[in-house]
Design a binder for this molecule. Structure first.
Ligand code: BGC
Length: 404
């Protein structure tokens, strides 16, 4: 039997992107530098991969094409959008702020406001200006002062067009991928460094949040990457609790006090073994093109677990790599269904942002994964709306999910 789930009035229906992944030509960033570095090029060559597929280049040329992309948003009945501001453009050299780039973002956000779209603005989404990366970036305690100086420049200017701030995107992923697993630049592999970076991100967020709340009176959060972790058996309960604390709660507990709401990025679930090992889920599940398990039920558990903080929640990212667009409708509907169940259980969920509006540059995976509601032909920069986007648009327009 079909179930009808009505979402609360004023629910935000949107999608999300980040600057480096879509804008193109982010020349002064650490990622750009790394994508063109000898180490990176040699590593790709060794695997027989073509560098062009792993260099952001013009990406989706969103920097120039935002008006057209926002028309698509409006056409798809989305009433909210999440994007990030690129620090490396605004401060390409230490202490040298480029007013024209701040004006660019004023124009971008004004273009959303003209379409009556609620804006979520992220101030740090994985990339740094290269000069700051050379100084050690978030490894150094001084990063907070640099972050604050940048924010104090941009926030007063962008605040008239910003409805919600997100200070830092997924500190957990950034710290682990760049400083422990050696995946993102600077490709370090040190648990001590990961710890320091995490501490500095927490510090930077708390300073930024206090400033943003007082200076702009707009609600602030981080975009937390939260994973549903389940014990493999009764003996694994303790290691599951420890993993949950380290993966999800450590940053949350130290930053929630300065957040007005909670931004949740949800991508999935793992089982935890007796000795804390993360395993793919044991239950039968579908996978994305990237081999990631699809676990909509986990979203309900993650959301219910956040009820204790008594803050509004926005799902700031949730998406699937699916080039054929064969699983995306099911993916969205299933996740919305479990978000809806959490709402029925009293969790104050107020919005959902699909990742992503556009196919884009998927970090170290390059251009192959296709997360977009809208397909991008990178050679021509043509956009085409995928059928799943139209299904999502219907849900957004009706504020209602009919769930089979
Ligand atoms: C990040 C995005 C990324 C997405 C899919 C999130 O961790 O915030 O930048 O593209 O996951 O991997």
């Amino acid at each position: 039997m079909n179930k009808v789930l009505e979402f609360p009035r004023g629910f935000l229906w949107g999608s999300a992107i980040s600057a480096h992944q879509t804008e193109g030509d982010n020349l002064h960033s650490d990622w750009w530098e790394w994508e063109h570095s000898k180490t990176r090029l040699e590593a790709l060559k060794e695997k027989g991969l073509s560098p062009a597929d792993f260099q952001s280049g013009a990406a989706c040329d969103f920097y120039n094409r935002y008006e057209g992309d926002f028309d698509l948003l409006a056409q798809l009945h989305q009433n909210a959008f999440r994007l990030s501001i690129e620090w490396a453009r605004i401060e390409p050299r230490e202490g040298h702020f480029v007013d024209e780039e701040i004006r660019h973002y004023e124009r971008v956000l004004a273009a959303l406001k003209r379409r009556r779209i609620t804006t979520f603005v992220t101030l740090h989404h994985f990339t740094l200006p290269q000069w700051l990366a050379e100084k050690g970036g978030f490894l150094k305690r001084a990063s907070t002062e640099y972050f604050m100086r940048y924010i104090e420049r941009v926030a007063p200017r962008l605040s008239p067009y910003t409805d919600f701030w997100l200070t830092i995107n997924e500190p957990e992923i950034y710290a682990s991928h760049a400083f422990l697993f050696g995946i993102y630049p600077p490709q370090h592999k040190s648990s001590l460094e990961m710890y320091w970076v995490t501490r500095n991100l927490i510090r930077a967020h708390n300073h930024a949040a206090v400033y943003l709340r007082t200076a702009t009176s707009k609600p602030v959060s981080m975009a937390y990457h939260l994973t549903d972790l389940q014990p493999i058996n009764i003996f694994a309960h303790f290691s599951r609790s420890l993993s949950h604390y380290l993966a999800n709660e450590y940053v949350l507990q130290r930053t929630i006090g300065t957040c007005d709401y909670i931004g949740v990025n949800y991508y999935g679930h793992s089982h935890i073994g007796v000795f804390g090992r993360r395993l793919q889920s044991l239950s039968h599940h579908e996978t994305s093109d990237m081999g990631w398990g699809i676990h909509p039920e986990g979203l309900e558990r993650v959301l219910v677990d956040l009820k204790k903080f008594h803050k509004p929640i926005y799902i700031t990212e949730n998406g699937v790599a699916d080039a054929a667009d064969a699983k995306r409708v099911r993916f969205i509907k299933d996740h919305l269904y479990y978000a809806g169940r959490a709402i029925q259980r009293g969790v104050d969920v107020r919005g959902y942002f699909y990742w992503s509006l556009l196919d884009n540059f998927e970090w170290h995976h390059g251009f192959a994964p296709k997360f977009g509601l809208v397909k991008v032909d990178y050679a021509t920069q043509n956009r085409s709306i995928r059928p799943s986007a139209r299904e999502y648009a219907k849900i957004a327009a009706d504020n209602l999910l009919i769930y089979e």
